[in-house]
Every structure is written in structure tokens, then in C-alpha cells.
Design a protein around this ligand. Sequence first.
Ligand code: SAM
Length: 247
Amino acid sequence: MGAAAVLACHASVTIGRHLGNSPINVNWIHDMSAVFMEFKDISESTPNEVWQVERIAGHHYAAAADFALEHLKGSGKCLIAGSPLFELYELDTRYEITYVDFREPPLNGFRFVRADACAIPLEDESFDALSSTCLLCHIGLGRYGDPERLAGDQVALKEFWRVLKSGAVAAVTLGPVAEINQSQQVGSAHRVYTFDDARRIVEHAGFTMEASAVWDTRGERWRRRDERINIDPALFPDYLSMALRKD
Ligand SMILES: C[S@@+](CC[C@H](N)C(=O)[O-])C[C@H]1O[C@@H](n2cnc3c(N)ncnc32)[C@H](O)[C@@H]1O
């Protein structure tokens, strides 16, 4: 079966029903220096960025997929939002996968819903699990041709909460994390979270954080609990993964 793009909203969808409470205030610093060294233009738009079809050992995407495999051990329906494509193949051994992304992926054999993850055209409480890797740090910044939206990460988290069944777990790699005073928004490139802000926004969306892990990009390993996380997000960013339960 080829990837089927579902563009129309499902009749029974109630997008935004749980968005009554407005986003919490994250005091973003718009720090243009805190960009990865290889990312030359912080206002760059990359709608044609190459899709990650293969797992690359040691890469933070592989770490995020390992985290998802560790925390998503059930069965049933799993929504995957924006993740590298190999994550679908790996979770497909356990779940019936639906993939949502704003761009059209080179994908066969999976149900694909082309949509803005801030307005997912799928029913409430229709998934047993969810995985999302490195979507939240980008969503709403327009980098991938997606609509610019303030607090897009928080809106997407509330959509994740809405489509999950009660008791379901989400494995979410939010993106770069650093031990800095304030979370940073770096042009249209990405957000860099403080751990505390990341925790505040997932809890505000209604989730309980059951586990977290920080991937040390430079050392290609998970950081120990007693270890400081990266203090310089411009060099080698650490990546933050969280296991979230909808109670
Ligand atoms: C850093 S990439 C993740 C890896 C990428 N999917 C791949 O396979 O290479 C971020 C992904 O988020 C998607 N994305 C960005 N904004 C989005 C939005 N508003 N709604 C849905 N997907 C979005 C992008 O299209 C992109 O695929």
C-alpha cells in the first residue's frame, strides 16, 4: 500500500477542545549566537531537507529511537509525529503506525497523514502510544514550510494529549537541551530548552513525566543522572527525551 495523504479533516475531530487554557509563558531568549556550528544561516528554510531513512549508529536520532523502543512496549495504534523515518520501521514490529508530518515523506506501506501537528485531523483518544523525535524544537518556526505559530511546541503537545487514550505513553524527544538560564529560540533554526521549561510545558499539556534522558551528542552516550548537561548549546547540543503518560 502506498502512503495515503489524508488532507481532509475527519468529521468527528475536535481540534482545540483541550486548548482552552492558553500556553504558559516561556521566557525565550532570542539568542542568535546559540546556533550549531554547522548551521550557517539561522533564518534558513529547509523544506527540502533529506529524510532520515536509515539508522546511523551514535546519532541522536538513533538514541531517540532507542528511547522510544524502551518506553513503548505495548501494542495497538501508535502515532508517530515528525520523527526520522527509520523510527517507523522499528516501532512497526509492535504497533499499527500512523505517521503525521507537514511534508510528504518517501514512505511506503504506512498510513500517512499530511498535516500540521498543531492541528492533527485525527480523532480524540484514538491512539495507544505516540512517538515524536525532534519535531517540538522546530514546530511553528516555519523552517520546514510549516505555518509560523507562537508556542507551536505547546500546541502540538496538547494535540498529542488529545489523540492519546487515557493511560497511553508518549516517547518524545523534544530537541536540544542545555544548562542555561533561559530557553533560547535561535531564529527559525530551533528551540533550545532548559530542562525546567521542557518539564513545565509537558505538564501544562496534561502529561505526567515518567522518565527522562539526556543524550550527549559529543560523547555519543546517555548522560548519567548526576552529570551536568551541556552548557553551550552552540557547540555540541545535548538532546532531551521524555516518557510522558496521559493519566
Ligand atoms: C528535524 S526533522 C525530523 C526528522 C525528519 N522527519 C526526517 O525523517 O529526516 C523535523 C520534522 O518535523 C516536521 N515538521 C516541522 N513542522 C511541522 C508541523 N508544523 N507539523 C508537522 N510536521 C512538522 C518536518 O517536516 C520534519 O520532517
